[in-house]
Design a protein around this ligand. Sequence first.
Ligand code: KIV
Length: 262
Amino acid sequence: MNALDFRRRKNDGKKISMTTCYDYWSARILSDTAIDAIIVGDSAAMVMHGHPSTLPATTDLMVLHTEAVARGAPEKFLIADMPFLSFRKGLKPAMDTVEALIHAGANAVKLEGIDGIEDVVERIVLAGVPVMGHLGLTPQAVNRLGGFKLQGVSKESAAQLTDQAKRVVDAGCFSMVLECVPIDTARQITATVSIPTIGIGAGPHCDGQVLVLHDLVGFNRDFQPKFVKAYEDGFDLVQRAVNAFDRETKEGSFPTDAQTYG
Ligand code: KIV
């Protein structure tokens, strides 16, 4: 999979699957799956570091996670998030962040929003770096949005979102994430734009879907919004394994000869 394949998939009517990843051993697992692309999301700040939002993510943090994922899944198409404000302080800091993420092993970067940053996106694309857009619920704007809420609900905000989506295309993005958008709004945007939409909480009509890895394997017991489907109970799986080890250690049935050197 590469940046051009995204548009090919849309043209062929074939869906795109993506998930997040933040560390080496998860990347090793994902590298042997059929998943099309991996995103090192700034959600790492929440999922891996326990922050209440993505705002504490920094370029250094994103670089650290991107390097680990790139080492674990070198053959997967890897998109890295540009963190809060890193692309809103002028072209030089934005380009420095792009440079750091690409040197860390990313194949593309993702930026939230489009208002006021069209020129930055264009310059990154001109520099040869594929850019993924991100509209709808843009978590870096959580304070302005008044929380992690569904976007594009009213007629006016749906129209505004459609306009933003067109500008994401015009700026040269190869695809865009649509997060927490009603089904009809997402369907309309998907039908309007020439690049694939990757939905998360945006219904089935997007050109692809992305879920946070920890949500889809059921590690996040405390976070179960409507759009998440946990395909396994990973939380329970880990607890059962650790409790079995604890029990066997305490009763003396581990290790046996099989785990003991002669
Ligand atoms: O940060 C993140 O994990 C994301 C994905 C939901 C696409 O932006």
